[in-house]
Design a protein around this ligand. Structure first.
Ligand code: FAD
Length: 570
């Protein structure tokens, strides 16, 4: 039986973007009923694990400027960012830092009481506001606390949203499975904000929470919206071995060095001015080049790595400013960073791509906005600078929350409810996925899928490797993975895994097809067979639409306002 509930606004995702959007919408439309739906408990959203900082210009009196933040972001993006969008991020962020402070955010401070900022990769000025090395946890806590002031925000925790209901033109609702009971629900609403976060769990070596799978991207894709720039996947230089847990860029911001097997600070060869604080794409490529040329080391599992050395930073600073990474290093690798260097290598950390939106976060389906990592409004182009993502979540959380509230208040026409769409989704889930059968173990298939992505679409890519990855992925899809052996209704994690895997196949394919099509090297997308950036042919965004068999690829232009593309040097 289908259970139906109604809201004015439904927000999918309760990370930084979703919570900031809910506050903005609740403030703008005090009478609106707002539902925030999340497949995990609010404080388990991946945003809580953001470590290092949130970028904003706060010290204009000491020489920093918003123009410099804009230029650093555009240069960091390898000139694929839409420059009007990057400008909006940088202009709106300082206000948001103080807004968070007024809501109770415990920013780390200077001795004079002002909000402190630390150095981060690719910036011309220390610009990352931080709260020790737990910035995301404290931001989430601050926003969630603030949400409690609004009685019109309701939470549907541990509900898995599976599809968007629409009439080809306009948003009408979503379908969702309540994980604690297995009940299939229809949530009717006038508008929706998709804030379902990044999808980095399509890689096996990844800093993300295990829930960071592409279900949100996939439901937009299946509803006819484009995914943009999905070939650009960020590999953070310092995933600790063997787990891949993130060691924040703040560790290098506080003075950490990267060393090869000869004990050299090899970044002097690749980015002599910025050294370890060059943007992430450059540092990750430098590490992989060192490894390829025989100057890497072997970690405890035998995998290649380099060293991140914090010994000279000193125990006191490490405890005070990098307490979480100290704990991670001791607990998960048995290394005290004040005594020994850590083993690190590049790890999947962020998706520059996402649901195609305009500068306001508006998607191609009327009534749907998208914000945060799920969205691609083209702030980051082909490579995001560290600390700019939490900023983006907060800025576009606010923008989309306000715009969605305005849209609802202006009056949304009633249209006939497309019952056939809900029946089709119920059939897809319960007759297809839930009652399927087969020998292939979906957990093993998930592991194989994520290994394929790691093996073939990692820091360096090639035609041969990507084509092989696509072939393996498509072959894997034909195995009998689509079944749920546990038939229980309550907390069926087996079922959730298969639902996630279903979306992973489609979105991993979009990443590989996009990467094959982009025959150049730009930002995080480094092709060994096309090592140069090619602005004549590829200074455009990639769009992928769902097709009957394979994704349908097209392009859209990049907005250039003040900064003509030049060679990136650091
Ligand atoms: C380890 C780590 C450290 C980081 N550190 C920094 C940093 O220091 N500075 C910085 O700027 N950025 C950092 N980032 C990046 C940044 O934290 C993320 O990009 C950002 O927090 C994403 O927030 P979000 O609101 O878009 O989504 P998330 O916080 O990922 O939340 C996604 C939400 O969507 C929900 N959801 C997903 N699918 C479904 C579904 N099918 N049904 C229902 N709900 C669903 C989830 O339950 C969750 O609530 C870091 C990322 C990682 C992984």
């Amino acid at each position: 039986m289908v259970d139906t509930i109604e809201y004015d606004l439904i927000i999918c995702g309760s990370g930084l973007a979703g919570l900031r959007a809910s506050i903005a919408a609740a403030k703008r439309g005090p009478g609106l009923r707002i539902g925030v739906v999340s497949k995990v408990q609010v404080m388990r959203s991946h945003s809580v694990s953001a470590e290092g900082g949130t970028a904003a210009v706060l010290f204009e009196d000491e020489g920093d400027t918003v123009e410099s933040h804009i230029y650093d972001t555009v240069k960091g993006s390898d000139f694929l960012a839409d420059q009007d969008v990057a400008e909006r991020l940088c202009r709106e962020m300082p206000h948001e830092v103080y807004q968070l402070e007024h809501w109770g955010m415990p920013w780390s401070r200077r001795k004079d009481g002002r909000v402190d900022q630390r150095a981060f990769g690719g910036y011309s000025f220390p610009r990352a506001s931080y709260a020790s090395d737990k910035v995301g946890f404290f931001e989430m806590q601050t926003l969630y606390d603030t949400c409690q002031q609004y009685e019109n925000i309701e939470y549907l925790n541990e509900w898995f949203v599976s599809s968007i209901v629409h009439d080809e033109r306009r948003f009408l609702g979503v379908t969702a499975v309540e994980i604690s009971t297995g009940t299939f629900h229809v949530i009717k609403a006038k508008a929706c904000i998709i804030a379902t976060g990044g999808a980095g769990r399509i890689y096996s070596f990844s800093t993300y929470a295990h829930s960071s799978t592409p279900d949100g991207l996939d439901m937009a894709f299946r509803a006819g919206m484009a995914l943009k720039d999905m070939e650009f996947v960020q590999f953070h230089p310092t995933g600790i071995m063997p787990s891949g847990i993130l060691i924040t860029e703040g560790a290098r911001g506080e003075g950490g060095h990267l060393l090869n097997s000869e004990g050299q600070r090899f970044m002097s060869e690749y980015a002599p001015n910025k050294m370890e604080l060059a943007p992430r794409d450059i540092v990750s490529r430098s590490i992989m080049t060192e490894i390829k040329e025989g100057r890497g080391l072997k970690s405890m599992t035998g995998a290649d790595c380099v060293k991140l050395d914090l010994r000279h930073v000193g125990d006191e600073t490490i405890r005070q400013k990098l307490g979480a990474i100290r704990e991670i290093s001791i607990k998960f690798s048995g290394i005290d960073p004040s005594k020994e260097p850590m083993d690190v290598r590049p790890v999947c950390h962020y998706m520059m791509g996402g649901i195609h939106t305009d500068i306001n976060g508006k998607t191609e389906l009327e009534g749907v906005w998208s914000a945060g990592e799920a969205a691609c409004n083209s702030t980051h182009g082909s490579n995001r600078l560290g600390a700019n993502s939490t900023s983006e979540c907060i800025v576009w959380g606010r923008i989309t929350g306000e715009l969605a509230a305005d849209y609802i208040k202006a009056g949304v026409p009633q249209v006939e409810w497309p019952h056939h769409m809900v029946f089709a989704e119920e059939k897809r889930i319960y007759d297809g996925i839930f009652r399927g059968s087969g020998d292939a173990n979906p957990y093993e298939v998930r592991q194989t899928l994520t290994d394929i992505m790691n093996d073939h679409a990692y820091v360096y890519r090639s035609e041969e490797g990507l084509a092989e990855g696509l072939r393996e992925l498509r072959e894997l899809r034909t195995s009998t993975w689509s079944h749920v052996d546990d038939k229980a209704d309550e907390y069926n994690t087996n079922f959730v895994n298969v639902m996630e895997l279903d979306s992973m196949f489609r979105i991993a394919e979009v990443v590989l097809v996009g990467a094959l099509g982009r025959k150049e090297s730009r930002g995080a997308h480094a092709r060994e067979d096309y090592p140069m950036r090619n602005d004549d042919q590829f200074l455009h965004h990639t769009l992928a639409y769902s097709g009957p068999d394979v994704p349908v690829m097209t392009t859209s232009p990049v907005t250039i306002t003040n900064y003509q593309p030049v060679e990136r040097k650091y």
